[in-house]
Design a protein around this ligand. Structure first.
Ligand code: NAP
Length: 343
């Protein structure tokens, strides 16, 4: 249990930000709610009496400095991160505090490594991008599955979601990323991101119980193609998505997530299977849980807790698998995520 350290959540009243605010409180942190809409911050404070709210806009560095004043860390939940990541990181650097975000935008995540690695390293600041379901969990699983391997030929990350009802933020992130790519698609091959116009293949993936064999879209490229190769020597990283979920997230008719339990989680379930292959040998890791947005909160908050208690392996910009002890981190996610490692 944390001992009352304050943590700013930027984008606190968004769908994911709300899960993070609630989870910080559960873990004994004191959240500070920041975001650009004062009225929505006030409405959030009505649900959390005593909540410190600090309106702040990414166009106004002084307001961001106020949002970071006196806090121990910041979690950025406001996307598109193409717009918010750089100004919020700049404010974290000015305040000298660690920064964690939940960005699922491949180019924005790559920009964070490119633009901030030197300064963050130079000042000893910790910046963890994509500390979320996409990007973070897959990286932790791939790192744990690697075990004593330092390199592998391929990593495959298969997302077995029964459905995907996207938030407005997910749709906006997808739109911004598509615009940045000029409508092209992206994959990670031969050790780098490569843009292409190929049709995405539909394949069969044999998920473990309870999903079993499912149709998946191949090269449904997610943020793991930035996080995994940022620290593991794996030239081919591919991600896959069940066709039901891929169809749901792109359809304009799919509703936003509906809460079905007292924690506000939706009925969405996930099974993520990671396979790393070196020559003829494969190693696997599997994670199961409920609601990809809700589970992002324990991922981000566990990261904050480890950073603030010195349970880290490096400084600068680093992905979850590089900076944390991956098997230990995954163990700590119970009961939110159940993990199995298989050689
Ligand atoms: N990697 C992952 O697995 C993962 C998991 C969860 C979420 N995410 C990402 O997190 C982001 C938020 O998702 P969500 O589900 O919480 O969506 P959401 O409910 O639509 O919330 C979006 C939040 O971002 C804020 N925002 C948007 N543009 C902003 C700007 N220019 N300046 C300041 N704030 C801005 C919104 O504030 P306003 O209402 O004032 O616009 C709101 O607080 C998305 O990019 C999503 O892809 C990633």
């Amino acid at each position: 249990m944390a001992t009352g350290q304050t943590v700013t959540v930027y984008g606190a009243y968004g769908h994911t930000g709300r899960f993070v605010v609630a989870h910080l409180k559960e873990r004994g942190f004191v959240p500070v709610a920041a975001g650009r809409d004062a009225a929505r911050l006030k409405a959030l404070a009505d649900e959390h009496p005593g909540l410190d709210v600090r309106p702040a806009s990414v166009d106004d560095p002084v307001s961001l400095d106020r949002a970071m004043d006196g806090v121990a860390a910041v979690v950025n939940c406001a996307g598109p991160f193409a717009t918010t990541a750089a100004p919020v990181i700049e404010a974290a650097l000015r305040a000298g505090i660690p920064y964690v975000d939940v960005a699922a935008e491949i180019e924005a995540n790559a920009d964070t490594f490119t633009h901030f690695a030197d300064r963050a390293h130079g000042t000893g600041t910790v910046i963890v991008p994509a500390m979320a379901f996409y990007g973070g969990l897959g990286d932790l699983l791939a790192t744990a599955a690697m075990g004593d391997w330092t390199e592998a030929d391929e990593a495959h990350i298969a997302y077995g979601l029964n459905s995907w009802e996207p938030t407005e933020g997910t749709r906006a992130a997808g739109k911004v990323s598509a615009e940045r790519r000029g409508g092209r698609r992206v994959r990670f091959t031969k050790g780098q991101l490569a843009y292409h116009d190929d049709e995405l293949p539909t394949l069969q993936w044999s998920f473990p119980h309870p999903l079993g064999p499912r149709a998946v879209i191949g090269e449904f490229t997610m943020a793991d193609v930035v996080t995994v190769p940022s620290h593991l020597s794996i030239p081919e990283v591919r991600t896959y998505m069940t066709t039901e979920a891929a169809g749901g997230v792109v359809s304009p008719d799919t509703p936003t997530p509906t809460a079905v339990d007292e924690h506000g989680r939706s009925a969405q379930t996930f099974l993520v299977e990671v396979v790393v292959r070196s020559g003829d040998t494969e190693r696997r890791a599997v994670a199961r849980g409920q609601d990809i947005y809700a589970v992002t909160a324990p991922l981000a908050v566990e990261a904050v807790d480890r950073i603030l208690t010195g349970r880290t392996r490096t400084v600068g910009v680093a992905s979850a698998g590089e900076i944390f002890d991956a098997p230990d981190f995954l163990d700590a996610l119970s009961p939110h995520v159940t993990v199995e490692l298989r050689a």
